[in-house]
Write a protein that binds this ligand. Structure first.
Ligand code: SF4
Ligand code: SF4
Length: 465
């Protein structure tokens, strides 16, 4: 019989995968392998019939893994072994996954022909594999963005199911996850693709009804404004909706609910971070220096996009592209290359296993910056803390994906009113003492709560005799 001589109070042995979990992951690896073969296959090899087997294997893998992981566990959050796992704690598996995702994003943004996209002829390879589905939904061949949309949506749906099962005891998490799954499937994928097919005679304009400037940084670019203006009823609708989202709908919703209405319930970037990114949320740095860097970076990106958009609108209304030594077309393509693609895509998702799941939302997203400013100064949202109950375990800080040191506030019984908080509610969900509550209340000074000294409960103080 094996004996355990460790004196550790925690289980010293990292949990091992059982055979059923391994088999489930093997199915997923097979599905991923089909996608890789499609990328590497010779251009005359047609792999269209492999689309559904590949997506089926990936989906079955996620669902079976979820079933075998949680079937015997009672409801309640299990983050067992997170800091022992090679995947979730920057081990070899994590690094390899990070490199694969980053590599895929680099191909997607900068070398789409390697994925098989052919603007002037028939697609090959991976993109060709998705042609039948694209033909069905919008009546034309796939692009690399269609491939990306399908894989992105499948990832959110499958990992969303896993997230719901893991957090099934918490109604807020279940509803929030159903919401991001719905908005991704319907508003970001199906509806835009179908509308694209129904309006194929019109030039392209964004049809994702929840995507607004400045996250959609090209909204005010001349070609996009022109395409919406000449896009008939739908084009006008998207133009009016886009402007209403920025100036009316978003401020009202943020006033009532904080930035969580968008960042944790609607946004596709947040949707992926919350579902597929869940195993990596504890990797966000909680250091003070990270908070300082975060504030400099996110507001710098906001200032840049406001400046670039101002220049772009100047060109639109005056027809002049050159302002002193600056060319507005060069500026907008530089923003698209470095921030729209490299930062939000390649680093934002590729670095999940290294820097945590909200790198883009925390350090770069100008939409999050605007919503955050409003949340901080003019919103009813706050997280209240019952400091007397806090046992300083630090679970809340550990699992805050935005790197907020929640415990620091909880120990002092102070409300958390931070611009960066996306209202995911995980800090509250993982707290063993029910200290944290996400609330909406009046906008007044009480919202911030008075800074108090660290609270020590009566039971923690004893007299030595
Ligand atoms: S403070 Fe809590 S609700 Fe806010 S981002 Fe962090 S974990 Fe989510
Ligand atoms: S998880 Fe709860 S008990 Fe633990 S430090 Fe945070 S507020 Fe305190």
């Amino acid at each position: 019989m094996q004996t355990n001589n460790s004196l550790s109070l925690a289980n010293p042995h990292p949990p091992q995968l059982n055979w059923a979990q391994k088999l489930s992951l093997a199915l997923g690896a097979l599905g991923g392998l089909i996608l890789l073969v499609a990328i590497a296959a010779p251009s005359d090899l047609n792999m269209q019939s492999w689309l559904w087997p590949s997506l089926g294997l990936l989906t079955a893998s996620g669902l079976l893994y979820t079933y075998f992981t949680y079937k015997d566990k009672p409801a309640g959050i299990k983050n067992d072994g997170n800091f022992f796992s090679s995947l979730s704690h920057r081990g070899v598996v994590g690094w390899v996954l990070g490199i694969i995702i980053t590599g895929f994003y680099v191909l997607l943004y900068y070398f789409e022909s390697y994925l098989g996209f052919n603007e002037n002829g028939a697609n090959t390879g991976l993109v060709q594999m998705f042609d039948p589905l694209s033909m069905f939904l919008k009546g034309k061949a796939a692009s690399q963005w269609f491939v990306y949309g399908v894989l992105y949506t499948v990832a959110i749906l499958v990992m969303g199911v896993k997230f719901i099962v893991k957090y099934r005891h918490n109604k807020y998490q279940v509803l929030r996850t159903i919401s991001v799954m719905f908005f991704q499937l319907a508003f970001a994928f199906l509806i835009p693709e179908i509308l694209e097919g129904l309006n194929s005679d019109k030039a392209y304009f964004a049809k994702d009804m929840k995507n607004m400037w400045p996250l959609n940084y090209y909204f005010f670019e001349d070609w996009h404004l022109d395409n919406m203006l000449s896009g008939g009823g739908l084009g006008m609708f998207m133009l009016v909706l886009g402007i209403a989202m920025i100036f009316i709908i978003s401020p009202i919703l943020t006033y009532f609910y904080g930035k969580r209405w968008y960042c944790s319930w609607v946004c596709g970037c947040g949707g992926l971070a919350e579902t597929a990114g869940d195993p990596f949320r504890h990797l966000s740095s909680k250091k003070l220096i990270a908070w300082k860097i975060e504030r400099w970076m996110i507001y710098a990106v906001l200032a840049i996009i406001i400046f670039v958009t101002g220049m772009v609108l100047y060109t639109y209304f005056t027809g002049q592209a050159q302002i002193l030594f600056l060319n507005t077309y060069t500026l907008r393509s530089a923003y698209g290359f470095w921030i729209g693609a490299a930062f939000s895509g390649v680093i934002g998702v590729g670095f999940y296993p290294i820097l945590g799941s909200r790198v883009w939302c925390r350090f770069g997203c100008p939409m999050a910056a605007i919503l955050g400013l409003q949340q901080r100064f003019f919103s009813r949202f706050r997280i209240t803390t019952n400091g007397g109950q806090c046992i300083s375990c630090g679970n809340c800080s550990t699992y805050c994906e935005m790197g907020i040191d929640v415990r620091w506030y909880a120990q002092r019984g102070q409300n958390i009113v931070r611009a960066s908080c996306v209202g995911c509610g995980i800090c509250s969900a993982v707290c063993p003492r029910g200290v944290l509550r996400l609330e909406n209340g009046p906008v007044n000074e009480d919202r911030f709560g008075e800074p108090k000294p660290i609270i020590i409960g009566r039971d923690e103080v004893g007299i030595l005799s």
